[in-house]
Design a protein around this ligand. Structure first.
Ligand code: UD1
Length: 313
């Protein structure tokens, strides 16, 4: 039995990973400062996990949390482009300083491997599609810069200290338990919950921006594969994790309208600062070295997500 430390365990992705790790028979420890995570996300598994309510900026607490751990899945973050534009210092602290603390503690505790939630935002507005890991990064928002800095730190800890790290560049993850309640929430969580309540969603810009939306179960698979892949193939490296298909926001609205049975229309407002126009992943590298391929497509993921929110609306 291995022990996994999941940072951001009370968040959408962290809490989903926790269930998957428990399901494979391993032990889960979690750390979360509840800044964006919610205890209700882990309520049903709370008796089976060792949950520490601490901040990653508290190095002492992170050292304690890493003791005896085999794998770290680092999901804790303040994950929003516009929020980072509003408060770049907060983004820097939560996304970079916290990550360096975690790496120091993981190194000192001789953890086997750290898998990091990196972001597709690192590519920024590189015009070439699909985006592959060999392209130079071109981050636009403070969030993208912070997430990219985290990747560089991961690789640096592999190169300088031999701590095995894998960075997974997530492409717009969605699914059950994603928080829909903030203006900074992901677009699918917002649109689905708004449409279920009969409220009108808003598209920022012309709606022609496109995303490679990725259902959360695919991210779970990628993390579990990243823990077990041979170090010679993955240590210190960066991999895209996505569906490998893109859809624009106008079409996304039409698909949701049909699946939800929403009768209204969408409205349009000005572009959002820091926004990327198009996003689509090349998954060759992840396929080759991690054995990753998406198992739940966009529409199948949407159906599951809509059903989950429907039961709670
Ligand atoms: C970015 C990253 C993503 C990362 C996420 C974390 C890119 C391409 N993607 O997502 O990998 O996980 O940050 O937060 O950089 N929108 C609306 N109406 C709304 C809300 C959003 O039109 O009510 C639009 C946004 O302007 C944007 C798109 O929907 O064009 C997606 O926005 P969002 O879900 O916030 O994610 P990204 O910023 O693309």
């Amino acid at each position: 039995m291995s022990t996994y430390l999941i940072t951001g365990i009370a968040g959408f992705i962290g809490s989903t990973l926790a269930r998957a790790v428990l399901a494979q028979g391993d032990a889960v420890r979690g750390i979360d400062n509840l800044s964006t995570g919610k205890l209700e996300n882990i309520a049903e598994i709370s008796g089976r996990i060792d949950m520490r309510q601490s901040d990653l900026l508290d190095l002492n607490a992170v050292h304690q949390a890493c003791r005896g751990v085999d794998y770290v899945l680092h999901e804790a973050a303040i994950p929003s482009v516009p929020r980072s534009v509003d408060d770049p210092l907060e983004s820097n602290r939560a996304n970079i300083d916290a990550t360096v603390n975690l790496l120091v503690a993981a190194r000192d505790a001789k953890v086997k491997r750290v898998v990091y939630a990196a972001s597709s935002s690192a590519y920024g507005d590189v015009p070439t599609l699909p985006k592959h890991e060999g392209m130079p990064a071109n981050p636009i928002s403070p969030y993208a810069v912070a997430k990219l800095a985290g990747e560089y730190y991961m690789t640096s800890f592999w190169r300088c200290y031999g701590l095995e790290t894998v960075s997974l560049r997530y492409f717009n993850i969605f699914g059950p338990r994603q928080d829909p309640g903030s203006p900074y929430s992901g677009v699918l969580a917002r649109f689905i919950t708004q449409m279920l309540k009969g409220e009108q969603p808003v598209i920022f810009g012309d709606g022609l921006q496109s995303r490679d939306f990725t259902y959360v179960d695919n991210v779970v698979n990628a993390n579990l594969l990243a823990c077990k892949a041979p170090a010679s193939e993955v240590a210190g490296r960066i991999f895209n994790v996505a569906t490998g298909a893109r859809i624009d926001l106008n079409e996304t609205f039409r698909v949701l309208k049909k699946l939800i049975g929403y009768a209204g229309e969408v409205s349009y407002q000005a572009d959002r600062a820091g926004d990327v126009k198009h996003s689509l992943a090349d998954l060759s590298l992840a396929g080759k070295h991690l054995g990753y391929k998406p198992t739940v497509g966009f529409e199948a993921g949407l159906r599951r997500t809509i059903e989950w929110y429907r039961q709670r609306t």
